[in-house]
Design a protein around this ligand. Structure first.
Ligand code: NAP
Length: 488
């Protein structure tokens, strides 16, 4: 009996999503990956550990389903995505609980993620019927130019643990809308959400083989074999820059099209003329959504001298007042980090900043277990060469740096290999836009702590990635233009 046959299926129950790999519309039994509750360090469920052969079986299933899915009318593809969106809304509370259990994030964050994730199915359900071509005269006048768009082919989608639902729907939505079939490889820490989503996809009417899900402890060999398979034409990866670089090199072997959503090191600029309360609200969102475990998280706070002390005190008071606890507990605002190793990394970065002269205003000490907790922390006067100015903190730690002039702020903001997100607070909109134009980053939020929106192009420059997800351009990553030179 599968979960959907049960009289009262709960998508929140971790154990029911552990039936095996999802390949070609069938659940293939397996075990081998422990899924841990970061709030306690105990095992929630065990999921299947795919071999290289099983990874290729998923590619075979996606390839077998490709021609029928490509021939499915865009309106029908749209209806299936819309139904999937509705099912996610119907089961939103269960999905949020499941995300909170395996990822650790506080329930309000998990609810926000489910709503955001579902919107990619609605947005791309709408876009599926709006794929446009081109028709024009050749400049020479000799012929006409006709441009059509084909689905690019079988896609391998690799997602990280920090947004287990949204990083999957941000890829599956446009891929299915474009007429592609996919193999999703979710992160080993948070596979249950991916399997729950696959179940909802089945219920929404996604045909067998169009979406396949494999989990593995051997991502290198399994993904390597998929990329070497000539049936795979697209890799869409979200994760660390280090793994992204390796995959780009591997994809070169078969000239596979790549979209890369990689790491960030977002600057958060506060000018003297900013509305202090708005800047503090924005700082709390930009830093503390997902307890700081976000690629767009504000990693470096550059604050102008005239507002620096008031901003530091205000931020410190707000951070100290947050309730830390298990993600699923009522009242929790900050959940645990994903692993003990994540806590160790944050601890190392904070110790390094303090050793170099930074001052702790609140927090600053890793909590003792059980569970993987780090308290909300604010550090002032962090030196620009501290390790946390270069590396993603990926935790609830705000590091403050001082600046005096606009030029200095832009120079410091750009002093990183990353270029994903940036935040600017100033009541002078022309200044904010001028500074924003000077910042090397794919996304800029002005007087806001949040920029993610399914209707907007999400992505980075420099070492933060290649391509964009979401918005009207996101579907282009899954389409191959085909040009006809036509004589009538
Ligand atoms: P990660 O270690 O790079 O892992 C991401 C995914 O890649 C996981 O599914 C992982 O599988 C897989 N993977 C690891 N090694 C691989 C290999 N050799 N070949 C193929 N796949 C491999 O990143 P993470 O720690 O999960 O996520 C955090 C990072 O993601 C941060 O840097 C963050 O900034 C970035 N991120 C970026 C965005 C964006 O939109 N730009 C959004 C969210 C997160 P396993 O789990 O099995 O190791």
């Amino acid at each position: 009996m599968t979960m959907l046959d049960r009289p009262d299926p709960s998508y929140a129950d971790p154990t029911v999503h552990a039936e095996g790999l999802f390949i070609g519309g069938a659940w293939l039994p397996g075990t081998g990956i422990d899924v841990t509750d970061p709030a306690t360090g105990t095992v929630l469920a065990k999921v299947a550990d795919a071999s290289v052969e099983q990874g290729l079986q998923a590619v075979e299933a996606a390839y077998a389903a490709a021609s029928a899915w490509r021939a499915t009318p865009p309106r029908r593809r749209s209806e299936i995505l819309m139904r999937w969106f509705e099912l996610m809304k119907e089961h939103a509370e269960d999905l949020a609980t499941l995300i909170s259990l395996e990822n650790g994030k506080a329930l309000p964050d998990a609810r926000g993620e489910v709503a955001y994730a579902a919107e990619f199915f609605r947005w791309y359900g709408e876009e599926a019927v709006r794929i446009a071509g081109e028709f024009r005269h050749a400049p020479s006048g000799a012929n006409h130019i006709l441009v059509d768009h084909d689905p690019i082919g079988v896609c391998v989608l690799i997602t990280p643990w920090n947004f287990p639902a949204a990083m999957a729907t941000r890829k599956i939505g446009p891929a299915l809308a474009a007429g592609c079939t996919v193999v999703l490889k979710p992160a080993s820490e948070t596979p249950l959400t991916a399997y729950a989503m696959a179940r909802l996809g089945e219920a929404a009417g996604v045909p067998a083989g169009v979406v396949n899900v494999v989990t593995t402890t051997k991502p290198g060999p399994v993904v390597g074999a998929m990329l070497a398979d000539p049936r795979v034409r697209k890799l869409s990866f979200t994760g660390s820059t280090a793994v992204g670089r390796r995959l780009l090199a591997e994809a070169a072997g078969s000239v596979v099209s790549c979209s890369m959503e990689l790491g960030g090191n977002a600057p958060f600029l506060v000018f003297d003329d900013a509305d202090l309360e708005a800047a503090l609200d924005g700082a709390m969102t930009a830093k503390m959504r997902n307890a700081g475990e976000a690629c767009t998280a504000a990693n470096r706070f550059y604050v102008q001298s005239g507002i620096y002390d008031r901003f530091a005190q205000g931020l410190s008071a707000r951070m100290a007042a947050l309730t830390v606890g298990a993600g699923t507990e009522a009242g929790t605002e900050v959940g645990p980090m994903i692993t003990a190793a994540a806590v160790d990394k944050i601890d190392r970065l904070v110790r390094d900043a303090v050793a170099q002269g930074g001052t702790v205003l609140t927090g600053g000490q890793a909590a003792k277990g059980p569970g993987f907790y780090y308290p909300p922390t604010v550090l002032t006067d962090v030196p620009p060469d501290a390790a946390m100015a270069r590396e993603e903190i990926f935790g609830p730690v705000a590091a403050l740096y001082r600046f005096d002039t606009e030029e200095e702020a832009i120079r410091q903001a750009n002093d990183t290999e990353y270029g994903l997100a940036a935040y600017i607070f100033s009541k002078d909109l022309s200044r904010a836009l001028r500074v924003g134009r000077g910042i090397e980053s794919g996304m800029i939020a002005i007087n806001r702590g949040l920029m993610s929106d399914p209707a907007a192009p999400f992505g980075g420059t420099k070492q933060s990635g290649l391509g964009r997800e979401g918005g009207v351009t996101g579907i282009a990553e899954y389409l191959e233009p085909k040009y006809f030179a036509v004589n009538f």
